[in-house]
Design a protein around this ligand. Structure first.
Ligand code: MN
Length: 267
């Protein structure tokens, strides 16, 4: 059973903004990610190797303050460890491993219950998380994201139900980029289907795509892209395809938001 270490600690907070200020100003934590998922507001902060997930949601008002919501352990092979614990009759909160591609560019996780149920409080929750690299190694993980029956598939996604996340200094770029996942249900080989909004003066840093192709359709604004070593100006109506082993960067050079639709297809 290979636990690599602590992945993060999830803490319930009443007011994320105040808590973020506390951790940033007093403890030198840096905000790395921020997400809205339904009525939950999740903020990830890092200091050294310590990662906190601050969880703000309306029902927390009625809960005791300062509760640890869950402790997430970093593992190499999530399927193996879950199978082993299920065989020992450990109680899981979710029956299947989740694939959350809106956290850290993709994690797999599953929650299970701790053992101290003799107290009046609820047992502590534990979670396993493994990063994108291990997802890539496990080819079966993408299959699970497709519902087995066609009739269960949603064809229309309403914008109000979509999950938006704010990426700070995305891929080493500057400022904030909003990533709106356009559909949680996709073919297994489509790793990303999202609308990216890059504010004026903001950018996505240069990065190379290994084992996958990324396609951009620019729908609003003006920008400048790096296509491997070459720089090109782009605007609404243009598109760009970055094939496996190639790299790109995107910078908003206009006065308005640069908006693009991004699709990543695994090889
Ligand atoms: Mn990219």
């Amino acid at each position: 059973m290979a636990i690599k270490g602590l992945h993060h600690i999830g803490v319930k907070v009443r007011d994320a903004q105040t808590s973020v200020r506390f951790y940033e100003e007093l403890l030198d934590f840096k905000k790395t990610d921020e997400f809205r998922n339904g009525n939950s507001h999740l903020t990830f902060l890092r200091a050294g190797t310590c990662v906190l997930e601050l969880i703000e949601k309306p029902e927390i008002e009625r809960m005791p303050a300062g509760n640890i919501d869950h402790v997430a352990l970093d593992v190499d092979n999530i399927e193996e460890i879950v199978e082993k614990l299920k065989a020992r009759r450990v109680e899981f909160v979710n029956s299947e491993i989740n694939h959350c591609d809106w956290i850290y560019g993709g994690v797999k996780n599953i929650f299970f219950k701790g053992i101290s149920r003799f107290t009046s409080s609820k047992p502590s929750k534990f979670a396993f998380a493994s990063d994108e690299k291990s997802i890539r190694r496990t080819t079966t993980s993408f299959v699970r994201r497709c519902p087995k029956k066609t009739e269960e598939r949603k064809m229309v996604n309403k914008q109000k139900d979509m999950i938006a996340s704010i990426k700070h200094q995305m891929r080493g770029g500057s400022g904030d980029v909003e990533v709106l996942s356009l559909s949680e249900e996709r073919p297994g080989r489509v790793r990303l289907f999202a609308r990216l909004t890059i504010g004026p003066g903001c950018s996505i840093g240069y990065h190379v795509h290994e084992g996958e192709t990324e396609m951009f359709a620019f729908v609003a604004g003006r920008g400048r892209v790096r296509d491997d070593g070459e720089f090109r100006d782009v605007q609404a109506g243009d598109s760009m395809v970055t094939f496996p082993g190639h790299g790109h960067a995107v910078e908003n050079t206009g006065g308005e938001n640069l908006v693009l639709i991004a699709v990543i297809v695994l090889e």
